[in-house]
Design a protein around this ligand. Sequence first.
Ligand code: TMP
Length: 239
Amino acid sequence: MKKGELLYEGKAKQVYLTDDPNVIIMHYKDDATASNGEKHALFEHKGELNQRITKLIYDYLIEQGIPTHYIKTISDTDQLCKKVKIFPLEVICRNIIAGSMAKRLGIIEGTVAPNTIFEISYKNDALGDPLINDHHAVALGLATYDELRAIYELTAKINLKLQKLFQMIGVKLVDFKVEFGKTADGEIVLADEISPDCCRLWDAKTNDHLDKDRFRRDLGDVMGAYVEIYNRLSEALKK
Ligand code: TMP
């Protein structure tokens, strides 16, 4: 598969066209950003670790029947994926209250939610990815009500599968962000990475943060946490 022109560059990834119009290459970068890009750093091997972690998680989710854009890994930092039309939405799912929800609503971080909480943000850097609701999303033409229903259903399924997976490796899945896209056939599929960049992962015994909060909150040893998640996942998913 030939790497073509750069289609899109995000904060932590690049997307390239290929000689197949239905296939893209997703390249994982070493960049880390926080506070909507105000804080930036480079971490050697972060791209490779996130690619490897995403691959392990996608292989597991695909086996569990979740539709995704992932095709295969072609190098340490690059994956072949189906070309999809991304919904400009960040879908957040919370099991334990932390981060922006804890702050916004004055709840102690670590409070276990009695229900699963879903949020959507409008992916728009200029506006700072504002939190919106379903009616805003429909009014803005970002998705239809039916598409949103399908997206929440898939997110709930992904949450159950991921909670099980992380429980197996002694990690609490506090919350995570996912994105969805539509294939040329009109199927809604999980897209983008699933890595410690976009999940809150707390060690089940110590509540140590094994995710990007180590960078956001200056806790140190950012890559140590990513390596720990990769090692535990690859051990648990060893075939
Ligand atoms: P939040 O508490 O800051 O809203 O984040 C909730 C989860 O979503 C957390 O696991 C981090 C992830 N997330 C992203 O991956 N990208 C984002 O732009 C935001 C705001 C959150």
